[in-house]
Ligand binder design. Structure first.
Ligand code: DOR
Length: 301
């Protein structure tokens, strides 16, 4: 049994795709059977269309990828009209990642999506690439509590709060989201970093800094998922550098009830299916009936 129950949101399996790495599913639909994913987190949405930050806004490093995309998206109305009908055909959960410059914008977006086919909202208070909103909301426990509570009151939808690794105490931030009314937390978003072109003696990214993802951040992500899982009672979706079945199983053992695959989708579009098969083999080899049996089963003896 590969299903997991995130305290009210049941996923057919624990494998989801991280926001911003899977678009609105169309391009990947050619490679991946979208019916086999636990959930799809769509690219971050805002009320109005956004063009994103100046280019170059993606840089590769040997261990991971830097991005400063800046929430490029067509806006919530275009998403509802043009993308949601496509996604709704598939037997998977649709999770809308929502972003605002102000608390009011987050809440209006949550309200707008309330009577649509999306199954859950992912409140993104961890984007490192915008001047207003984003990680500015995700760093301070009081702000985390305030924005979560406002969104909670704006929609009956299942509410996930996406946390940043760029914080002082992840446990404290996780508790603030839980107390604000989150049903679940997801972490980690990207870790702020930079890369320099030594010939031109300037940063590779036009904006100077960006969010690091991929294998480089996996140990950081795993530690933060482990600490968040100890700090709260609500379920956790773990992500950060997951590139194969072993990585995914580590996150489940550390306390994540589901996992998201992000940057690895860019390298191998089939990776989610391979992770599914790898987890199923692991369960069989270890004699477990259900993936639920390994969640948080890390032992120190
Ligand atoms: O690394 C990120 N990049 N995290 C986000 O939450 C948003 C994205 C972007 O669009 O900049």
């Amino acid at each position: 049994d590969m299903s997991v129950d995130l305290n009210g949101l049941v996923l057919q399996n624990p494998i989801t795709v991280a926001s911003g790495t899977f678009g609105f599913g169309r391009e990947y639909g050619e490679y991946v059977d979208l019916n086999r994913l636990g959930a799809i987190m769509v690219k971050g949405l805002t009320l109005e269309e956004r063009k994103g930050n100046p280019t170059p806004r993606v840089a590769e490093t040997p261990m991971g990828m830097l991005n400063s995309v800046g929430l490029q998206n067509p806006g919530v109305e275009a998403f509802i009209k043009e993308e949601l009908p496509y996604l709704s055909q598939f037997h998977t959960k649709i999770i809308a990642n929502i972003n605002g410059n102000t608390i009011e914008e987050y809440c209006r977006l949550a309200e707008r999506l309330s009577d649509t086919a999306v199954d859950a909202l992912e409140l993104n208070i961890s984007c490192p690439n915008v001047k207003e909103g984003g990680v500015a909301f995700g760093r301070d426990p009081e702000m985390v509590h305030r924005v979560t509570r406002c969104v909670r009151q704006s929609t009956p939808k299942y509410l996930i709060v996406k946390l940043s690794p760029n914080v002082r105490d992840i446990g404290e931030i996780a508790v603030a989201a839980e107390e604000g009314g989150a049903d679940c937390i997801s972490l980690i978003n990207t870790l702020i970093g930079m890369s320099i072109d030594i010939e031109r003696q300037r940063p590779v990214l036009a904006r100077g800094i960006g969010g690091l993802s991929g294998p480089a951040i996996k140990p950081v992500a795993l530690r933060m998922v482990y600490e968040a899982a100890k700090a709260v009672k609500i379920p956790i979706i773990g992500m950060g550098g997951i590139a194969n079945d072993q990585d995914a199983i580590e996150f489940l053992l550390a306390g994540a009830s589901a996992i998201s695959v992000g940057t690895a989708n860019f390298i191998n579009p089939y990776v989610t299916m391979e992770i599914y098969d790898g987890i199923a083999d692991y369960l069989e080899r270890k004699g477990y009936q259900s993936v639920k049996d390994i969640i948080g089963k890390l032992n120190f003896s």
